[in-house]
Design a protein around this ligand. Structure first.
Ligand code: SF4
Length: 412
């Protein structure tokens, strides 16, 4: 039996699919990378926004149309939130919720579900990639008003520290140089008294040449120990992705976010002081209900005056089932998109300026393919000469052109 998977959405979703594949391999199923050579096609859906739901449906229908003889299964956040809308797609054989690796394996192999249930799975192969995701947490109970995830992924659940450390050891021994600690709300990691910074302090003690990257973390969940690990420990990428969402306090309150713009600005400036090369990234939603021109200009000013480098900027997309979808003062999509363009242009400028400061510095790089690598602070580098694929090398940054860095292996 040959199994092909297609995953939409976040790192946690990618990890969940890899966990399904790892279990199927244990059950004697072969994983293939082309739908044409598969018996079973599996689509791991994303449902974070209305648009994500639509894209998931489109992907499923395309696989069915292009592969009429194949069995098609669907899983992930889509069916978790709205089973019928996915099971009613003609050609879909069965649908599954999140964390359903066991059920999917039982369905495909026709064997009864094993009682042994492992929410996080054990994975040592990532679709041939050089970087590995390591899921340490699932679920969220913050209930930001625009977000459907708490009702899809449930309450926060943390993987035991022993399990995380043994999985990490496996990945390092498997040759992965960068491991991304991921989850739905990583900052809520808690195993008994062990919180995220304690876990990372333990993880960096594992032998081997590797670095840990944090996927994303809420500003209010960065404690002193974590900050020190990020700016001082070379086994932890000096990179923080902190979703701000808006630079205006009235919008942050309407979003039910747990911080003020000034608190986050203080944090960003403190990190920049501690590490002039730390990569600082964020998420911004434009056009949230009630976002007046004045609110938006507060966000523009925030970003312009902050040491931020990278920005994921998206227009508000009302998600059925969330409070914000019903809020008064919905903003015209055209206006939201215009604001997206303004911010993306601003972030391009900030990234270009930051990259200029890296010229002449030596950065730790992972080589992913050909001569392209990326630094611990998340910059892409084109490296001169021959470079070892998948390796970790020290690179002297020689130039910055159009938002891309050039470099040479240190000592060459
Ligand atoms: S913190 Fe907010 S945005 Fe993030 S998953 Fe939880 S509810 Fe959604």
């Amino acid at each position: 039996m040959k199994f092909f998977s297609h995953t939409l959405g976040c790192r946690t979703n990618q990890y969940d699919t890899a966990a399904i594949e790892a279990l199927l391999v244990k059950r004697g199923i072969e994983i293939v990378r082309e739908p044409s050579s598969a018996d079973v096609i599996y689509v791991q859906t994303c449902s974070v926004t209305g648009r994500a739901d639509t894209k998931s449906g489109q992907a499923i229908r395309k696989f069915i149309t292009d592969n009429p003889s194949k069995r098609v299964l669907v899983g992930g956040c889509g069916p978790q939130g709205n089973r019928d809308s996915f099971s009613s797609i003609e050609g879909v054989e069965a649908v599954f919720g999140v964390n359903s690796a066991e059920q999917i394996a039982a369905h495909i192999t026709g064997t009864p579900e094993s009682k042994e249930h492992h929410e996080f799975g054990s994975i040592v192969e990532f679709n041939g990639r050089k970087r590995a995701n390591l899921k340490i947490q699932d679920g969220c109970d913050s209930f930001c008003t625009y977000c459907i995830i708490p009702s899809l992924r449930g309450k926060p659940v943390s993987r035991s520290r022993e399990d995380v450390l043994s999985q990490l050891d496996l990945l390092v021994k498997g040759g992965f140089c960068e491991i991304v600690l991921t989850g739905i709300h990583v900052g809520k990691y808690q195993d008994d008294k062990i919180v995220l910074s304690d876990l990372i302090e333990m993880a960096v003690k594992i032998d081997g040449k590797f670095r840990l990257r944090l996927s994303s973390i809420e500003p209010q969940e960065i404690d002193e120990k974590l900050l020190s690990l990020v700016v001082n420990n070379r086994k932890v990428c000096n990179y923080l992705h902190i979703p701000l969402q808006s630079g205006d306090d009235s919008i942050l309150t309407a979003m039910n976010r747990k911080y003020s713009a000034s608190t986050v600005m203080e944090l960003f400036k403190r990190v920049r002081k501690l590490d002039p090369f730390c990569g600082l990234g964020t998420d911004i939603i434009t056009g949230f209900p009630g976002e007046t021109e004045e609110c938006f200009s507060n966000t523009v000013d925030f970003i312009a005056n902050s040491p931020l480098v990278y920005g994921h900027v998206f227009p508000f997309s009302p998600r059925m089932g969330t409070p914000a979808a019903e809020f008064k003062g919905q903003i015209d999509r055209g206006v939201a998109l215009k604001r997206v363009r303004t911010l993306r242009k601003l972030f391009d400028e900030k990234k270009g300026n930051f990259f200029k400061t890296l010229v002449g510095s030596v950065q730790n790089c992972i080589i992913e393919s050909g001569n392209r690598g990326h630094t611990a602070n998340f910059a892409q580098v084109e490296i001169a000469g021959t470079v070892p694929a998948g390796g970790m090398v020290e690179v002297k940054i020689t130039g910055s052109v159009n938002g891309n860095l050039t470099g040479e292996i240190k000592g060459e």
